[in-house]
Design a protein around this ligand. Structure first.
Ligand code: AHR
Length: 602
């Protein structure tokens, strides 16, 4: 094969192509990225958290022992339930057991009133690993203790034993070591795995979570800020409970800590696929008479992120500890919605209000779900009419689809909206899937003048609580398990460019089925002055291309990162070597492999 990369012919491409799609699915937030170790800390789990209701899933979930739930004079009206423990022991097993590390400190906090109580961290065989005794008042008071674990265990529980009658609520345990040591922070190992992807943006809080099932389940950002006890928990569309401990402030702060652009996505005034609300009303969208208030919520979010501290919402951000603006540039309106009349009416109203008040904000519209045999025409029609700068496309397909559709964006009209490929994945976590994605991404880079951002979806999945496969990173309470697909994302994330260099591939084989299984993308990164060549081989045989990079430079210490394996492999990991690169050189690409060559360019 002959590959020629032409340094003279280049085009500007997006420098923020890869980022992450964070959705609170698969216990990605509570029991996941959010570092809280106590499950149902607020006693607000409800039978209605589960579709069709589940009696076992109630205010006592994850707790055991002798206590009763009371609602009289709660800590906060938004958290009506609390537990009353009378000369008894209650315990919480966290999310499938609490993982603790020897000699590490944990911040315990609680709202309590009544008699003295002792809190203990205990192993599964009953050893006490840490303990503290606290004496509350007769009225609600937030109390704290630092607990240092004497052992490393994966399945501890927290016990509270009371000397008399004690009321407790917001029972919380956080590792002191969170990502960037933030209070109310994120699990360090998971956040670091995300940081290692070098995401240029983070989309949150979903997916379907953003628009919910039914208008009463639409995600409301205002419910997720402020003191933890004042946040309004919610049923998660994926059939569990959202404590909202990981809320909009924490999302913005995470983006800032990552150096990634925040991309919040808000419902377009309609729930998932304009789902019927059930019951008499059968509402498929927020009633028009309530839309003014909803539109104001969207505008207020921009003020919360960017407004000065003299504004109503900017002041709330400052009170939360961030007087400087978060510099929000993007906002998504709608998620994979059915393009119905109900949708369109509300979507246009929101988009126009944002365009009018905040013309500098880049609005990302939606063009509905993509399936084989359907197209995005209707959604694109509205986007063009609204002159949207960007639209969100989603597709989950077979690896074969990704191999066969590398030209998906080649014919996109460059004068219309840019694309945010907000969700995509090939159906599986085998190496073949990862390779199909790597190949497809060479086409995304080639079309980086029309595709601005792309995010694999979903990002996180807790073992035993996974509702959707495949995902990018699996985890349990103490381990992070990146998939092979993760390493493809990482290699793209760590090797972005802002100029795409024209290239040609000539293969000796004339069979197109063979040819399309070899992919090349060459980019230049202005910040580092590097030339980056990505090569993908989805063939069962090695290919040794002759590569010409005339006038782009030479290097005797270029890095050569190889990810290779068999199609069914799930354990492939990138291996980095050094290599010499001349203006004309050849390098064997092993069967089923993805290689990245990186060197200083002229
Ligand atoms: O990523 C999982 C789901 O797929 C998202 O919530 C939704 O937008 C899409 O259908």
């Amino acid at each position: 094969a002959q590959i020629t990369i032409n340094g003279q012919q280049s085009k500007k491409i997006s420098n923020m192509l890869t980022g992450v799609f964070f959705e609170d699915i698969n216990y990605a937030a509570d029991g996941g990225l959010y570092a809280e170790l106590i499950q149902n800390r607020d006693f607000e789990y409800a039978v209605s958290d589960k579709k069709g209701r589940d009696d076992k899933w109630n205010a006592t979930m994850a707790w055991s022992g002798d206590f009763k739930i009371s609602k009289e004079h709660p800590v906060h009206q938004n958290n009506p339930n609390y537990a009353v423990v009378t000369k008894a022991i209650i315990s919480n097993t966290g999310f499938d057991g609490i993982a603790l590390k020897a000699n590490e400190k944990y911040d315990f906090s609680i709202f309590a009133k009544g008699a003295k109580f002792t809190v203990k961290l205990k192993s599964v065989i009953g050893e006490t690993l840490a303990e503290a005794t606290l004496s509350p008042n007769t009225s609600w008071k937030k109390m704290n203790a630092v607990l240092k674990s004497s052992k490393t265990v994966t399945d501890a529980h927290l016990e509270i034993s009371t000397a008399g009658e004690t009321a407790v609520d917001m029972v919380s345990l956080f590792p002191q070591k969170t990502f960037k040591n933030r209070k109310n922070g994120l699990r360090a190992d998971l956040a670091e795995a995300i940081a290692d992807l070098h995401p240029k943006f983070v989309r949150f809080p979903g997916g379907c979570v953003a628009h919910g099932d039914g208008i009463h389940n639409i995600y409301k950002w205002k419910n997720t800020i402020g003191t933890l006890e004042s946040r309004i928990p919610s049923r998660n569309i994926w059939n569990y409970h959202q404590s909202m401990g990981l809320g909009y402030f924490e999302y913005f702060q995470f983006c800032e800590d990552l150096g990634a652009e925040p991309v919040p996505v808000l419902a377009a005034g309609v729930p998932c696929q304009n789902s019927a609300d059930g019951g008499a009303g059968q509402q498929f969208g927020i009633p028009m008479e309530d839309m003014g208030e909803y539109v104001q919520d969207v505008l207020d979010l921009i003020e919360y992120a960017n407004g000065s501290i003299t504004t109503v919402w900017g002041k709330k951000r400052a009170e939360a500890g961030h007087p400087k603006p978060f510099k929000l540039k993007y906002i998504g309106i709608g998620n994979e919605d059915l393009i119905s009349h109900v949708f369109e009416e509300r979507y246009r109203m929101i988009v126009k209000a944002v365009q009018q008040k905040y013309p500098e904000i880049i609005i990302i519209g939606t063009v509905g779900p993509f399936n084989e045999g359907t197209d995005y025409n209707e959604g694109w029609g509205i986007a063009n009419d609204l002159k949207l700068p960007m639209v969100d496309e989603h597709y989950y397909q077979s690896p074969g689809w990704f191999i066969n559709n590398q030209d998906f964006y080649d014919s996109y009209d460059r004068t219309e909206s840019k694309v945010y490929l907000g969700e995509y994945a090939s159906w599986g976590n085998k190496f073949y899937n990862a390779l199909a994605e790597a190949l497809y991404l060479t086409g995304i880079e080639r079309n980086g003048d029309v595709v601005t951002m792309a995010s694999y979806a979903p990002l996180l999945a807790r073992e035993k609580h996974t509702q959707w496969n495949p995902d990018l990173i699996y985890f349990n309470g103490h381990e992070v398990k990146p998939t092979v697909n993760y390493f493809v994302q990482q290699l793209y994330g760590q090797n972005p460019g802002d100029f795409y260099l024209q290239n040609t591939i000539k293969l000796s084989d004339t069979n197109n089925e063979v040819n399309k299984r070899i992919g090349v993308s060459a980019v230049k990164d202005q910040a580092t002055g590097d030339l980056i060549i990505k090569l993908v081989n989805v063939l069962p045989v090695a290919v040794t291309p002759s590569i010409e990079i005339t006038s782009l430079g030479t290097a005797d210490n270029a890095s050569y990162t190889l990810l290779s394996g068999t199609p069914g492999n799930t354990a492939a990991r990138p291996v980095v070597q050094k290599m010499n690169v001349k203006e004309a050189f050849s390098k064997e690409l092993p069967p089923y492999s993805f290689a990245v060559i990186r060197m200083k360019a002229n």
